[in-house]
Design a protein around this ligand. Sequence first.
Ligand SMILES: [Zn+2]
Length: 260
Amino acid sequence: MLEEIKQTARVAGYLWEKGWAERNGGNITVNITESLDEAVKSLPAIAGPFPIGTVLPCLKGCFFYCKGTQKRMRDLAEDPMSSGAIIRICDDCASYEIIADKVVMPTSELPSHLSVHNYLLAKGSPYRASLHTHPIELVALTHNRKWMEKDVATRMLWSMIPETKAFCPRGLGMVPYMLPGSVELADATIKVIDDNYDVVMWEKHGVFAVDTDIMSAFDQVDVLNKAAQIYIASRNMGFEPEGMSDAQMQELSTVFGLPK
Ligand SMILES: [Zn+2]
């Protein structure tokens, strides 16, 4: 099995253990085109073609591992090829075929995940993985207007421990509540990624993260949620945490060459 798919299974297990993936919650889509050999790429379709619902010109001939619709992360962790499938985008850039391993229909959020991958390739980004999950403390933050304002939550989270800014250096972009799986939500997410964020917060729902691989996307969400937990721990001890100063955070950016 491909290393990327093994890594996806490990991440799915972490999501379940963290309590971020109740029932069939969350999605993973990984562009595995560059890891497949020609023999796999030329496998005949076992199902399809199926319409994507949109035209994605940069994805012609690309291959993705996608979590299956209604599939659980905890099951994917144990057997990724029974809870997900490898798909090939057809030459019309508007449909896909399933090539392996079983006929597992991809997530209903496939069009929005693929739209993000199309955007990333168009931009020349090295990012190949997208993750949607429900991190408890980060979602809780979005139930208060203050934290939905641009970069207010980012600043607070970065100020909890230095690693947060070092390992999630673009911060947390914000998207107001929109219907899950909608075109509007996908478009708003791409807009925030384009505004130089790797992790996008969907108000009262969850996060959408992109990175070079699925483990790195998970890590960015994990460090942000850890910071939210430290904030909450301080509040539970009865005080507002002081946080690192702007000068201390600027020093980190200068010394480590961070993008913000
Ligand atoms: Zn969700």
